[in-house]
Design a protein around this ligand. Structure first.
Ligand code: SF4
Length: 135
């Protein structure tokens, strides 16, 4: 079993209320091979919501509001789902401050990328889950 970022499976859970659907991911969910999760929503954040980026150990919105606690809580709840369904691999949306793996936005809201992981991707890696970034 795999876990996938819900927005990749057609769920309109992004901050701007849009999806980032990828047909291959949708097929995996339809075939029962993957479970979709959105850690940002699981952390209690609304949809739509202000865009946010990682800034050091914090996650801040574009107006400077600190949403680090919601990100931490959402990542933890999503990890519970990963463990409940026995998933060993996660296919996650690239660049996101929650799901991004390897490269994420740098906190300047200018589209610039830096090396690093989103909060959920980082937590999964710490728990031995294989994380693959999907563009
Ligand atoms: Fe998609 Fe992950 Fe962001 Fe939710 S938290 S909208 S699943 S990238």
């Amino acid at each position: 079993m795999k876990v996938v970022s819900a927005c990749l499976s057609g769920v309109h859970c992004r901050y701007d209320c849009k999806a980032q659907s990828r047909p291959a991911i949708e097929e995996m969910v339809k075939n029962g091979e993957a479970i979709p999760v959105c850690p940002e929503q699981l952390g209690g954040l609304s949809t739509p919501r202000p865009p946010a980026e990682r800034v050091g150990t914090q996650v801040l919105t574009d107006t400077g509001a600190d949403v680090s606690a919601q990100y931490a809580q959402g990542a933890l709840e999503a990890l519970r789902l990963v463990q409940l369904c026995g998933a060993t691999e996660a296919l996650l949306k690239s660049k996101s401050p929650m799901c991004g793996a390897g490269k994420i936005y740098d906190g300047s809201f200018s589209g610039k990328l830096v090396e690093g992981d989103g909060v959920f991707a980082e937590l999964l890696k710490k728990h031995g889950i294989k994380v693959t970034s999907i563009e």
